[in-house]
Design a protein around this ligand. Sequence first.
Ligand code: SF4
Length: 344
Amino acid sequence: MVDCMEFLAGKELFELEELIEIFGEKRYRAKQIYEWIYVHNVDDFSSMSNISKSFREKLKGEFSLYSIKLENINKSRDGSKKFLFKLWDGNFIESVYIPEREWSTICISSQVGCAMGCKFCATGKMGFVRNLSAGEIVEQLIHVIKSENLKKKRVNVVYMGMGEPLLNFDNVIKSYNLITDPDGMSISRRRVTISTCGILDGLEKIRALEKIPKLAISLNATKDEIRNELMPINKKYSFKDVLNFCDKLPLKKGERITIEYVMLKDKNDSMEDAKRLSKLLKPFRTKINLIPYNPIDDVYDSSPMDRIFKFQEFLKKRGFTVTIRDSKGKDISGACGMLALKSI
Ligand code: SF4
């Protein structure tokens, strides 16, 4: 079986330079290959027109460009699409493309399955299989951008697919650096968000980074009792500690942390919850994203839309920026919390 190291996508420039030296080629060749992969997203070595045929043949003999293979695209009535990818070891992952008027959003996965077991999430029910490499993360984006013929400058990227990104920290940050490298994929850092269920260790490491990514915290409750039930991670990292920690992140002017809140009928959607949420978030620089729940079983139900609007109104009146996510892709199980490889 091939090894992950044999794929070029996912390598940083310095790694390509090291490889190139082994071949006895000039270092600038690495930059050319880097650009063919991340700027031009070529399909194969033969398209690398400024590299000699003999060197291309050598590369082809030793490496593959990409490691994931597009298996299927499921199209929703609302225009969103769910991409199913087969990995080099036979595992599968999903990504979601959500077209909007001016922008598109691509939701990418960071793990095969997830160990966090959030009760409202289909991926959580799969359990954890393995972390994705940086290449496997970046390639999802390359495939979707190519398949949909998108302009990179018009793309938002969210690490909100399968998996908890901060539990695959090194590969996620490596992929983030590749995605946002101005000499490579060149997607603006303002357009890339990493979402976490609140892994404090990971947030500590984020704080130590030179470039701090935009963050979203999946909160979903205002009391420990409810959050312990919905998100078992709360027993290890209480949401109050997570929020307090986020306050220590050096945000730039105008930057805010997104608080995600899945609206579950009679579980976390009362006006008492709205009041508690308002009090809880008052000290922090946040914006709130209310997510209408997409039922995956009969344990929880979605809040009625009029209740979600009331919840939003209450928080808006208290000065918060509150959006309601336009949950797309329900009919293809591609909406938020629904990724569980149903199309295999
Ligand atoms: S919501 Fe995120 S962290 Fe929770 S189980 Fe699903 S994928 Fe994992």
